[in-house]
Write a protein that binds this ligand. Structure first.
Ligand code: NDP
Length: 402
């Protein structure tokens, strides 16, 4: 492969991934960043080209439009498209990849705009078409999903005969010194955590009320933090790929102030994703026009931009997998995790730790694909590939594990 890649999106995650890609010009020979707002891509490309001596180019694209994507892919001919836009664009980008013979990688599973619901079935439906076309789609190559799935694959390969209990634990013990802010796209984040909880037990899913189940968990170097059971997408593929799993759960920490704000946001309807009518005054003062707005999208516009949190963010994240199962007929436990400092992430890339922990794995997945180490025709979740080279590179490229 020649090493020609296209990054779609220019937010927090894409910025980190682009920095990492530019640190590996031995693998990536031609780099383009395309997004809805090209001025942001140009500003990022300037920073990268100055810092790394690269020649990153940019383009404007609306990734909701298969037609625009096809035109861009046909012209640039990327070997791999890294989808670091939003989950809404997964299917249009996959479709355009199929039409133009490009391979695909993302960090979040598809979500329809008009329904706060995510699951893999929509993307898994593309398996046969990717396979027949001899193209590879790598799904969920961020931290969670992504590294957590690779940790599980690594544990299964090296430490267990049978994995039985899996708890994915995600703690953000950082402080951005804002009253309320989300660490990645607020719209996607609030949609995710206001959903019902869901976990896997004895061959079926158990549903809970949102945030119903919680307990303090002890995080290394951080201490105990109240952790809430959420539905998270990697559980869906992991229980299929590791059918011996009896129970799989996902936990995330939230502070009291965050939860209080969230409760108010829900109580006053600002988390609504349907359109409401709003009377907006006309600029010339001659009256009012009725416009339609989606409250959650409006909220996103007034909340702090996650990309601007980095400068004053201190503390660290700690994400890992706690696994129990059998080895040599005996019960065995294994805990694998990474702690990531928000300040260190900011110093390297200008972004905070949550963007960093997502963008670095996306770049490692892209490296392994371009080097033909992770390349199988079809649509694959990351745990289906060999975890060893990925685990090695995590240690070398900013996300060491313990
Ligand atoms: P941001 O909101 O910061 O960035 C999203 C980017 O996508 C923006 O540049 C935006 O453009 C662009 N975009 C949105 N719509 C379109 C469109 N129709 N066409 C082209 N570009 C578009 O999000 P993040 O960087 O925080 O998150 C990126 C992805 O990473 C999300 O899918 C998120 O769910 C995922 N994620 C995954 C994690 C994991 O561990 N697996 C953790 C955190 C995030 P514009 O600037 O014009 O708005």
């Amino acid at each position: 492969m020649e090493g020609r890649i296209l990054i779609i999106g220019c937010g927090g995650v894409a910025t980190v991934a682009a920095h990492k890609v530019c640190q590996h010009t031995d693998i990536f020979k031609e780099i383009k960043i395309a997004s809805r707002t090209e001025s942001k891509c140009k500003a990022l490309a300037d920073v990268l080209n100055k810092k790394y001596g690269t020649q990153v180019t940019t383009a404007q694209v609306d990734a909701d439009s298969v037609e625009q994507l096809v035109a861009l892919f046909s012209d640039y001919k990327p070997e791999l498209v890294m989808n670091l836009a939003l989950p809404y664009q997964d299917l249009t980008i996959m479709e355009a990849c199929l039409q133009t013979g490009c391979n695909y990688l993302d960090t979040a599973n598809y979500e329809p705009k008009d329904e706060a619901h995510f699951e893999y079935s929509w993307q898994w439906a593309y398996r046969e078409r990717f396979e027949k076309a001899g193209l590879c789609a790598i799904l969920g190559c961020g931290f969670d999903p992504g590294v957590t799935s690779i940790y599980t694959a690594y544990a299964a390969k090296h430490h267990f005969d049978e994995i039985q209990y899996l708890d994915i634990v995600d703690c953000n013990a950082g402080n951005h010194h804002k009253a309320f802010a989300t660490n990645f796209n607020p719209e996607i984040n609030i949609r995710e955590i206001t959903q019902k909880g869901l976990y896997w037990e004895n061959g079926k899913y158990v549903e809970t009320k949102p945030m119903e189940i919680h307990q303090p968990l002890n995080y290394p170097g951080i201490g105990p933090k109240e952790s809430y059971l959420l539905h998270h997408e990697e559980i869906e593929s992991l229980v299929i790929n590791y059918p011996t799993i009896k129970r799989a759960r996902f936990w995330m920490t939230f502070g009291e102030a965050y939860l209080k704000h969230l409760e108010v946001i829900q109580n006053i309807g600002m988390d609504r994703i349907d359109e409401v009518e709003y009377k907006a005054p006309l600029a010339d003062g001659s009256g009012e026009a009725v416009v339609k707005i989606v409250p959650l999208q409006f909220l996103k516009a007034v909340l702090p931009n996650p990309q601007d949190l980095g400068e004053n963010y201190d503390g660290e994240t700690s994400i890992g997998c706690r696994i129990r199962g059998l080895r040599g007929g005996e019960e065995h436990t294994y805990y694998v995790y990474n702690n990531c400092s928000h300040q260190a992430a900011f110093e390297e890339t200008g972004m905070q730790g949550v963007s960093y922990t997502t963008g670095v794995p996306a770049c490692i997945g892209a490296q392994l694909f371009i080097q033909d180490i992770w390349n199988m025709p079809g649509v694959h979740n990351v745990e289906e590939f060999d975890p060893d080279p990925f685990m090695e590179r995590l240690n070398e490229q900013g996300l060491p594990w313990h």
